[in-house]
Design a binder for this molecule. Structure first.
Ligand SMILES: [Zn+2]
Ligand SMILES: [Zn+2]
Length: 337
């Protein structure tokens, strides 16, 4: 989702003379040519390359057919990095929906970093800005600001799903993520963002090479457990930004156009309960009820059972009922507030 990792951003802020960040700590966004160059580089390396890698993986099937090893690597690394994003980057670091033991927080940050969707600080800053400005000017990736009609909707979807990452305003992390910057153990992980991404590519290559005892196996492992896995997870997470701000059900009032896509719950680690999430961003559960599948929340419960997570509070039934679509208008309140 994010397109510049925090260590690079910090260096960029110094090197590029983005002194406005320091001299105007309350400025909300930063925009300069150095940051845009970094964004473009990140976009090509981490967003475009997985597309090419997926095409290469299909072509490589002539050399190394798809086997149990490749499927297991794709599934395992998709699961680990997806939970790192959903539970670590999103529910823990962005919204602080529960408290975590430092060891679990570090592991979640590493797993999220391996996804290649940006360093944790920039991801969090961008996502907090998304919640602040959802579907209004300033939202980094709204599909609803590109005009009406079919053309405007298609342009909005393309922007929110993918193209916004080429170049965008950069949220001032001093404003949006000061809690993370003060978190020294987390910053130690965050500074090594590129190392974790490379590790997420080398590990499946190593397993593939050992399983097949060949270089072809290593390449196949790198492609399926690395680049195809990145491609699948990226488009899954981006679809929340794009399609689920346009299509789906809307059980709760919220000021933006977020939607639920329940049938995608398992595929998205529970992230597709996106209207629930915008209505109750402080809830560690996005499904809100036991029968709405939410693998990210299941992991939080497992961590809690192991003593690694605490302070897990769900919105009360009364609060949920009060926010049901139509209830606020019926009570004579503005649904947009
Ligand atoms: Zn969120
Ligand atoms: Zn959203």
């Amino acid at each position: 989702m994010a397109s510049v990792d925090p260590a690079v951003r910090a260096a960029g802020a110094r090197a590029a003379g983005a002194r406005a960040v320091a001299s105007e700590p309350r400025r909300k966004t930063v925009s300069n040519s150095f940051l845009h160059r970094l964004q473009r580089r990140h976009f090509l390396m981490f967003d475009v390359l997985p597309i090419a890698g997926t095409a290469a993986a299909v072509a490589f099937l002539w050399v190394q057919p798809l086997g149990v090893t490749e499927i297991a690597l794709l599934f395992t690394f998709w699961l680990v990095t997806g939970l790192g994003i959903s539970v670590g980057y999103h529910r823990l670091f962005t919204h602080r929906t529960f408290k975590s033991a430092p060891s679990a927080a570090a592991v979640l940050a590493v797993c999220g970093s391996m996804a290649g969707q940006g360093g944790v600080v920039s991801w969090v800053a961008l996502h907090r800005r998304h919640h602040e400005c959802s579907d209004r000017e300033g939202d980094p990736h709204s599909p609803n600001l590109a005009g009406g009609g079919l053309r405007g909707r298609l342009r909005g979807l393309a922007h929110s799903h993918f193209l916004w990452m080429r170049r965008h305003e950069y949220p001032n992390v001093a404003h949006y993520a000061p809690d993370l910057i003060r978190n020294r153990p987390l910053m130690r992980v965050a500074r090594r963002y590129h190392l974790w991404v490379v590790l997420g590519l080398l590990l499946p290559a190593l397993v593939g090479g050992l399983a097949h005892r060949s270089w072809e196996g290593a390449v196949s492992g790198l492609l399926w457990g690395g680049l195809v896995r990145m491609f699948v997870l990226e488009h899954t997470i981006w679809a929340i930004n794009s399609f689920l701000h346009m299509f789906g059900t809307r059980p709760y009032e919220s000021r933006e156009n977020s939607r639920n896509g329940g049938i995608f719950a398992l595929l998205t680690f529970g992230e597709s309960w996106h209207n629930n999430h915008h209505a109750f961003p402080d809830s560690p559960s996005f499904g809100l009820t036991w029968y709405r599948l939410d693998p990210g929340y299941w992991l939080i419960r497992i961590l809690a059972a192991g003593g690694l997570a605490r302070d897990i509070r769900l919105p009360s039934g009364q609060r949920r009922a009060a926010q049901r679509t139509g209830r606020r208008e019926a009570a004579g309140l503005d649904p947009a507030t």
